[in-house]
Design a protein around this ligand. Structure first.
Ligand SMILES: CC(C)(COP(=O)(O)OP(=O)(O)OC[C@H]1O[C@@H](n2cnc3c(N)ncnc32)[C@H](O)[C@@H]1OP(=O)(O)O)[C@@H](O)C(=O)NCCC(=O)NCCS
Length: 185
Protein backbone atom coordinates (compact mmCIF):
# COMPACT_ATOMS: atom_id res chain seq x y z
CA UNK A 1 0.00 0.00 0.00
CA UNK A 2 1.25 3.47 -0.85
CA UNK A 3 0.85 6.19 1.76
CA UNK A 4 1.05 9.91 0.96
CA UNK A 5 2.29 11.83 3.99
CA UNK A 6 4.14 15.00 4.89
CA UNK A 7 7.84 14.87 4.06
CA UNK A 8 10.15 14.17 7.01
CA UNK A 9 13.76 15.21 7.42
CA UNK A 10 14.68 11.52 7.25
CA UNK A 11 13.28 11.43 3.67
CA UNK A 12 15.75 13.97 2.28
CA UNK A 13 18.54 11.61 1.10
CA UNK A 14 16.07 9.24 -0.58
CA UNK A 15 14.18 12.17 -2.09
CA UNK A 16 17.34 13.62 -3.64
CA UNK A 17 18.35 10.19 -5.00
CA UNK A 18 14.87 9.75 -6.49
CA UNK A 19 15.01 13.19 -8.13
CA UNK A 20 18.48 12.51 -9.55
CA UNK A 21 17.28 9.21 -11.01
CA UNK A 22 14.00 10.62 -12.37
CA UNK A 23 15.16 13.98 -13.70
CA UNK A 24 18.94 13.66 -14.09
CA UNK A 25 21.61 16.13 -13.06
CA UNK A 26 20.24 18.77 -15.44
CA UNK A 27 17.36 19.24 -12.99
CA UNK A 28 19.47 21.82 -11.19
CA UNK A 29 19.64 23.96 -14.36
CA UNK A 30 15.88 24.32 -14.77
CA UNK A 31 14.30 27.79 -14.58
CA UNK A 32 11.94 26.62 -11.85
CA UNK A 33 14.96 25.59 -9.79
CA UNK A 34 16.00 29.25 -9.70
CA UNK A 35 12.81 29.86 -7.69
CA UNK A 36 13.52 27.01 -5.26
CA UNK A 37 17.23 27.03 -4.64
CA UNK A 38 18.26 27.87 -1.08
CA UNK A 39 14.57 28.22 -0.07
CA UNK A 40 12.33 26.20 2.19
CA UNK A 41 9.14 24.74 0.76
CA UNK A 42 5.84 26.25 1.82
CA UNK A 43 4.71 25.20 5.29
CA UNK A 44 2.93 21.84 5.24
CA UNK A 45 3.31 21.45 1.46
CA UNK A 46 6.15 18.94 1.06
CA UNK A 47 4.92 15.39 0.50
CA UNK A 48 6.37 11.91 0.23
CA UNK A 49 4.80 8.76 -1.17
CA UNK A 50 6.00 5.75 0.80
CA UNK A 51 5.53 2.06 0.11
CA UNK A 52 6.71 -0.54 2.62
CA UNK A 53 9.12 1.98 4.10
CA UNK A 54 10.58 3.03 0.75
CA UNK A 55 10.18 6.52 -0.66
CA UNK A 56 8.58 6.12 -4.11
CA UNK A 57 7.36 9.65 -4.80
CA UNK A 58 8.02 13.26 -3.92
CA UNK A 59 6.34 16.61 -4.43
CA UNK A 60 6.88 20.03 -2.85
CA UNK A 61 5.30 23.47 -3.28
CA UNK A 62 7.07 26.80 -2.87
CA UNK A 63 6.13 30.41 -2.19
CA UNK A 64 6.44 32.76 -5.15
CA UNK A 65 5.14 36.13 -6.20
CA UNK A 66 3.32 35.78 -9.55
CA UNK A 67 4.11 39.24 -10.86
CA UNK A 68 1.21 41.68 -10.47
CA UNK A 69 -1.09 38.86 -9.26
CA UNK A 70 0.87 38.57 -6.02
CA UNK A 71 1.30 35.54 -3.79
CA UNK A 72 1.11 32.09 -5.36
CA UNK A 73 2.73 28.68 -5.07
CA UNK A 74 5.13 26.93 -7.42
CA UNK A 75 4.60 23.15 -7.70
CA UNK A 76 7.51 20.79 -8.25
CA UNK A 77 9.58 18.86 -8.68
CA UNK A 78 7.20 15.90 -8.96
CA UNK A 79 8.80 12.50 -9.37
CA UNK A 80 7.80 8.87 -8.91
CA UNK A 81 10.26 5.98 -8.86
CA UNK A 82 10.49 4.34 -12.29
CA UNK A 83 9.24 0.98 -11.01
CA UNK A 84 6.25 2.56 -9.28
CA UNK A 85 4.87 4.65 -12.15
CA UNK A 86 1.42 4.43 -13.80
CA UNK A 87 -0.23 3.40 -10.57
CA UNK A 88 -1.67 6.81 -9.82
CA UNK A 89 0.97 7.84 -7.28
CA UNK A 90 1.87 11.04 -9.15
CA UNK A 91 -1.82 11.98 -9.37
CA UNK A 92 -2.33 11.27 -5.67
CA UNK A 93 0.62 13.49 -4.77
CA UNK A 94 -0.69 16.36 -6.92
CA UNK A 95 -4.26 16.05 -5.66
CA UNK A 96 -3.16 15.85 -2.03
CA UNK A 97 -0.96 18.92 -2.49
CA UNK A 98 -3.76 20.91 -4.13
CA UNK A 99 -6.27 19.98 -1.42
CA UNK A 100 -3.84 21.03 1.29
CA UNK A 101 -2.85 24.23 -0.53
CA UNK A 102 -6.52 25.20 -0.85
CA UNK A 103 -7.16 24.35 2.80
CA UNK A 104 -4.29 26.63 3.80
CA UNK A 105 -5.80 29.53 1.88
CA UNK A 106 -3.41 29.68 -1.07
CA UNK A 107 -4.92 31.27 -4.16
CA UNK A 108 -3.03 29.91 -7.18
CA UNK A 109 -0.42 27.32 -8.19
CA UNK A 110 2.12 27.67 -10.99
CA UNK A 111 4.43 25.02 -12.44
CA UNK A 112 6.67 24.30 -15.40
CA UNK A 113 5.64 20.95 -16.83
CA UNK A 114 3.99 18.93 -19.55
CA UNK A 115 0.46 20.19 -20.34
CA UNK A 116 -0.81 16.67 -21.24
CA UNK A 117 0.05 15.44 -17.74
CA UNK A 118 -1.00 18.45 -15.68
CA UNK A 119 -4.11 19.28 -17.69
CA UNK A 120 -5.98 16.50 -15.89
CA UNK A 121 -5.68 18.50 -12.66
CA UNK A 122 -6.93 21.71 -14.29
CA UNK A 123 -3.58 23.34 -15.07
CA UNK A 124 -3.31 25.35 -18.28
CA UNK A 125 -1.32 28.17 -19.84
CA UNK A 126 -4.44 30.35 -20.11
CA UNK A 127 -3.37 32.78 -17.39
CA UNK A 128 0.41 32.56 -17.67
CA UNK A 129 1.02 34.22 -21.04
CA UNK A 130 2.12 37.52 -19.52
CA UNK A 131 4.20 35.96 -16.73
CA UNK A 132 7.91 35.28 -17.09
CA UNK A 133 10.36 33.17 -15.11
CA UNK A 134 13.99 33.93 -14.42
CA UNK A 135 16.07 31.78 -16.78
CA UNK A 136 15.30 29.74 -19.89
CA UNK A 137 12.08 27.74 -20.21
CA UNK A 138 9.43 26.91 -22.79
CA UNK A 139 6.55 29.40 -22.28
CA UNK A 140 3.94 26.80 -23.29
CA UNK A 141 5.04 24.72 -20.29
CA UNK A 142 4.42 27.48 -17.77
CA UNK A 143 1.04 26.41 -16.41
CA UNK A 144 -1.24 27.58 -13.65
CA UNK A 145 -4.29 26.57 -11.67
CA UNK A 146 -6.41 29.06 -9.77
CA UNK A 147 -7.51 27.75 -6.37
CA UNK A 148 -9.56 30.92 -6.00
CA UNK A 149 -11.31 31.91 -9.25
CA UNK A 150 -9.77 35.05 -10.72
CA UNK A 151 -6.64 34.85 -8.56
CA UNK A 152 -4.45 35.18 -11.66
CA UNK A 153 -6.57 37.72 -13.56
CA UNK A 154 -4.20 40.28 -15.01
CA UNK A 155 -1.11 38.35 -13.94
CA UNK A 156 1.87 40.00 -15.61
CA UNK A 157 5.56 40.30 -14.87
CA UNK A 158 8.34 38.27 -13.39
CA UNK A 159 7.66 35.33 -11.08
CA UNK A 160 9.97 35.64 -8.09
CA UNK A 161 10.86 33.46 -5.13
CA UNK A 162 9.46 34.67 -1.84
CA UNK A 163 9.91 31.63 0.42
CA UNK A 164 11.99 31.61 3.56
CA UNK A 165 15.68 30.94 3.09
CA UNK A 166 16.83 27.44 4.02
CA UNK A 167 19.42 27.90 6.79
CA UNK A 168 20.99 24.52 5.88
CA UNK A 169 21.50 25.41 2.22
CA UNK A 170 25.06 26.06 1.13
CA UNK A 171 25.79 29.74 0.73
CA UNK A 172 25.59 31.04 -2.82
CA UNK A 173 28.90 31.55 -4.55
CA UNK A 174 29.61 35.00 -5.95
CA UNK A 175 29.13 33.68 -9.49
CA UNK A 176 25.77 32.09 -8.57
CA UNK A 177 24.60 35.38 -7.15
CA UNK A 178 25.73 37.21 -10.28
CA UNK A 179 23.93 34.63 -12.39
CA UNK A 180 20.73 34.99 -10.40
CA UNK A 181 20.85 38.76 -10.67
CA UNK A 182 21.56 38.57 -14.39
CA UNK A 183 18.61 36.21 -14.94
CA UNK A 184 16.31 38.43 -12.93
CA UNK A 185 17.38 41.55 -14.76
C1 LIG B 1 5.42 12.31 -14.38
C2 LIG B 1 5.42 11.27 -13.25
C3 LIG B 1 5.61 11.98 -11.93
C4 LIG B 1 4.03 10.59 -13.25
O1 LIG B 1 3.98 9.71 -12.14
P1 LIG B 1 2.98 8.48 -12.12
O2 LIG B 1 2.84 8.02 -10.71
O3 LIG B 1 3.36 7.50 -13.14
O4 LIG B 1 1.65 9.22 -12.60
P2 LIG B 1 0.18 8.67 -12.64
O5 LIG B 1 0.16 7.19 -12.35
O6 LIG B 1 -0.67 9.56 -11.85
O7 LIG B 1 -0.21 8.91 -14.16
C5 LIG B 1 0.36 8.10 -15.14
C6 LIG B 1 -0.17 8.54 -16.48
O8 LIG B 1 0.42 9.78 -16.83
C7 LIG B 1 1.05 9.64 -18.08
N1 LIG B 1 2.22 10.51 -18.11
C8 LIG B 1 3.34 10.43 -17.40
N2 LIG B 1 4.18 11.41 -17.72
C9 LIG B 1 3.56 12.14 -18.66
C10 LIG B 1 3.91 13.29 -19.40
N3 LIG B 1 5.08 13.89 -19.23
N4 LIG B 1 3.02 13.76 -20.28
C11 LIG B 1 1.83 13.18 -20.47
N5 LIG B 1 1.43 12.07 -19.80
C12 LIG B 1 2.29 11.57 -18.91
C13 LIG B 1 1.42 8.18 -18.16
O9 LIG B 1 1.61 7.78 -19.49
C14 LIG B 1 0.21 7.54 -17.54
O10 LIG B 1 -0.82 7.48 -18.49
P3 LIG B 1 -1.98 6.36 -18.37
O11 LIG B 1 -2.75 6.69 -17.11
O12 LIG B 1 -2.78 6.55 -19.60
O13 LIG B 1 -1.29 5.06 -18.25
C15 LIG B 1 6.48 10.18 -13.47
O14 LIG B 1 6.32 9.63 -14.75
C16 LIG B 1 7.90 10.68 -13.30
O15 LIG B 1 8.42 10.73 -12.20
N6 LIG B 1 8.52 11.07 -14.45
C17 LIG B 1 9.89 11.57 -14.39
C18 LIG B 1 9.96 12.92 -13.74
C19 LIG B 1 9.05 13.92 -14.39
O16 LIG B 1 8.93 13.98 -15.62
N7 LIG B 1 8.38 14.71 -13.54
C20 LIG B 1 7.44 15.70 -13.97
C21 LIG B 1 8.14 16.95 -14.31
S1 LIG B 1 7.10 17.90 -15.40
Amino acid sequence: MVTIRRERSSDVAAREALLDAALGPSRHAKASERLRERRLPAEGLAFSAVERGRLVGTLRLWHVCAGAAGAALLLGPLAVAADARRRGIGARLVRRALVEARRRGHRAVLLVGDPPYYGRFGFSAAKTRALTLPGAYEPDRLLALELVPGALDGATGLVQATGATDPRAPAATASQEDDTLARAA
